[in-house]
Design a protein around this ligand. Structure first.
Ligand code: RB5
Length: 138
């Protein structure tokens, strides 16, 4: 099965999600689909369910701060959802943490930084080695 890239947001991340979809045009969008107020855990759980169907899958979650989505997504032991607010962090969460979900703070970074974050997250490989040992301890 091929790697799938899922994206979801609440209302606070809707604008950024729309712009990322326009730019990358390759993600499976799980909503939300408007600025109407919704509850971020509903979208975090919808996305983690899809990501966990295949080891290769990854996800992108966006809420206002990125914190709510991170907390909700990380309730599943197989999820490593990492909040990144610049592109270097987005690179490191792959290299060191083998993050399978990138979380972005829609209200606190601009779209240019968000695009660089997604780019780095998608192209960076996990380094393994000492980092794998640490992940095993989680
Ligand atoms: C929505 O107003 C906001 O609380 C949510 O997007 C997120 O920032 C929660 O962590």
């Amino acid at each position: 099965m091929n790697k799938k890239i899922f994206i979801a947001s609440d209302h606070a991340g809707y604008e950024m999600k729309t712009k990322l979809n326009e730019y990358f045009n390759s993600f499976i969008d799980l909503g939300t689909n408007s600025f109407d107020s919704v509850d971020y855990p509903d979208f975090a759980h919808k996305l983690t369910k899809e990501v966990l169907k295949n080891k290769k899958n990854v996800g992108i979650l966006i809420c206002g701060t990125g914190v709510g989505m991170s907390i909700a997504a990380n309730r599943d032991p197989k999820i490593r959802a990492a909040l990144a607010f610049n592109s270097k962090i987005a690179e490191l969460v792959r290299q060191h943490n083998d993050a399978n979900i990138l979380v972005l703070p829609g209200r606190f970074i601009d779209i240019h930084e968000a695009i660089k974050c997604v780019d780095n997250f998608l192209k960076t490989k996990f380094e393994g080695g000492r980092h794998q040992k640490r992940i095993n301890k989680i």
